[in-house]
Each structure stands twice: as C-alpha cells, then as structure tokens.
Design a protein around this ligand. Structure first.
Ligand SMILES: NC(=O)c1ccc[n+]([C@@H]2O[C@H](COP(=O)([O-])OP(=O)(O)OC[C@H]3O[C@@H](n4cnc5c(N)ncnc54)[C@H](OP(=O)(O)O)[C@@H]3O)[C@@H](O)[C@H]2O)c1
Length: 291
C-alpha cells in the first residue's frame, strides 16, 4: 500500500480521515499536544510550526501523499492570538506545500467556507474571497501561499462539520447533545447558515480530491440550513429533550471573531466528481447511538 500522511490525526477531521483511509492506504498521522492512538495508524508527535521537525517527518516517512488537516481551527482563538495562529495556519501550511513540491507528491489542504463574507451565497470556487475574521484571512493566505509554491495542491474548502470525534477533539454537536441532555438551554442562531456534512463524508471528499483535484474545490453538503434548524433535526433524529432548544440571533452573542451570516457552499463541482453527501437527516440517523 502507498503511504498517506494525515496531519492533525488527533483532531476531529484528521481522526475521521484516518478511520476511512486505512482500507486504501498505509496511514501515518501526526498530533501536536494531545497524544492519541489510532488502531492501524502509525501516529507521531510533531509540532508543524517547527520546520526542521516537519522536514524530519518527511524524511522519516517518505509519504506518497499528504492531507493537511492540522490547524488552529477556532476562529475566536485566532482572532485573539494572531501570531501563534498564523504560524500553524499559514506558515506551516506553506512550508508543507513546499516539501510536497520538492518530493512531487499530491498535497491536499483543508481550507474553510469562512474565506467568504456570507453576503452572496451559495459560493462557488470562482467567487472572490472576502473573509471577515482573522481565521478566514489566514486560510486565504495559506490557500494562495500553497498554490504559489505548489500549483498541484488541492485546496478543499470545508463546511461546518459534525459527527463522531476522538477523545482529543470535538465537533460542535457533542456539546449541543450534552447541554440538551442536562436539561439546560441551548440557544442557536436562526440567522447563520451553512452547508454542513459529517466528518466521515468530509473525509471521503478529501480522498476524492486527492485523486481528482488540483486547485480549489468546495466540499459542502447538499442542504443549506441554520444552526437552529440543525438543532431541531438533531433533537428529532437522536430523540433528545427539545425543551432547552431556543432560537437566537448572531447579534445576541458577543464573540471575539465576527461571523458571516451565510457561507453556504455550492459544491456542484465536487458532486460531479462523485462526492455524494447524504441529507443531514440521514447523516444524523447514521450517527444514532455513536455520538
Ligand atoms: N471543524 C469544522 O467544522 C471545520 C470547518 C471548516 C474548516 N475546517 C478546517 O478543517 C481542518 C480540520 O479541522 P478540525 O475541526 O478537525 O480541527 P481540530 O479538531 O481543532 O484539530 C486540529 C488538529 O491540528 C493539530 N495542530 C494544531 N496545532 C498544531 C501544530 N502546531 N503542529 C501540529 N499539529 C497541530 C491538533 O493537534 P493537537 O490537538 O494534538 O494539538 C489537531 O490534531 C482545519 O484545517 C480546519 O481549519 C474545520
């Protein structure tokens, strides 16, 4: 089997990717601060902001391909910690593309729907970027920097993701479930729209991009819905107590990073390549008993 290196294997998406990639690849993963063991995957600790350590990793594994999911993925953290987050979100990503270019191996990058301002959705790959928070700006810089160093990079713009998470990570749905089960109030935005997919579906999209994409691709789901509507579907499909679910608006909550209202992605290019997200209801039903 050929060797696939997954950066960020202790994170939500990287872990999901490690689960499904094993059938086709010999998978190597990295973590940084949260040690993890993944059955069938050789995992090692690497701080990717250390270029020497990154180079050493390449030399030791000699991967045939890379999917880079490691990042500082919290927009609020990035807004409050611009320098630290720039190092992993921009500098490390560009360095990684440089090493992939040197080795002439495929490189897949996980960007975000937050490269858009949310005023002109649904967004396709050719639409101009216009981030409104620092995390989105950093992802744009990484996209451009990686493609400049290595035009063969597949830049995958990921939507909001949910699903099974390892002990070292979380998706937004786990806290939702805990709050509702505890009988507490869960206020969700009625005016923030995305095109979510499960981590498993997103991981399948990344593997597809690895085979078929150079340049930009959107890996959103087929449905546009608000966080509140997602909460309603969650309650219904997982049979959770509904009494705590409340509607609110973005303006009701103060956050470090500004949030765009609607970054729904038009992912028809990926659908045409064979990317087939299920409906959110089907995705949630498949997670019943597992989250
Ligand atoms: N989750 C979403 O809904 C969403 C939406 C759009 C785009 N994305 C993008 O998708 C990718 C994966 O997101 P995620 O939710 O899986 O993120 P996550 O759960 O926060 O995981 C981030 C991963 O990056 C690793 N990491 C952080 N700093 C590092 C460093 N200096 N060196 C090496 N590794 C480092 C973490 O390792 P440790 O934990 O071991 O330190 C962890 O494995 C990211 O690029 C994110 O920006 C996510």
């Amino acid at each position: 089997m050929k060797k696939l290196l997954v950066t960020g294997a202790s994170g939500f998406l990287g872990w999901n990717l490690c689960q499904i990639a094993q059938s086709e690849w010999q998978v190597y993963g990295t973590y940084c601060s949260q040690p993890i063991e993944i059955s069938g995957v050789s995992v090692q600790k690497v701080d990717l902001t250390n270029f020497q350590a990154m180079k050493h990793l390449f030399q030791a594994i000699q991967p045939d391909t890379i999917i880079h999911t490691a990042a500082q993925s919290s927009p609020n953290f990035c807004q409050s910690n611009p320098e630290a987050s720039h190092l992993i979100n921009v500098t490390a990503a560009c360095n990684l593309a440089g090493l992939c270019a040197d080795a002439s191996i495929p490189c897949v990058f996980t960007s975000t729907d937050l490269v858009f301002n949310g005023l002109n959705s649904p967004y396709q790959e050719t639409d101009p970027v216009c981030p409104i928070n620092l995390y989105g700006e950093q992802k744009v810089l990484a996209e451009l920097g990686m493609l400049a160093r290595y035009p063969r990079t597949a830049v995958c713009r990921m939507p909001l993701m949910f699903g099974i998470a390892p002990p070292t990570a979380t998706s937004f749905m786990q806290p939702f479930i805990q709050i509702l089960k505890a009988g507490k109030d869960l206020s969700l935005f009625t005016d923030e729209f995305r095109t979510p997919v499960s981590g498993k579906t997103a991981a399948q999209g990344l593997l597809l991009a690895l085979e078929k994409v150079q340049g930009y691709i959107h890996l959103g789901g087929k449905e546009r819905l608000s966080r509140y509507d997602f909460g309603r579907l969650l309650v219904e499909t997982l049979e959770l107590p509904a009494t705590g679910l409340k509607a609110c608006q973005q303006k009701d909550v103060k956050m470090a990073a500004p949030r765009p209202p609607d970054v729904s992605l038009n992912s028809s290019k990926a659908f045409a390549l064979g990317y087939t997200p299920l409906s959110i209801r089907e995705e949630l039903q498949a997670l019943k008993g597992l989250v």
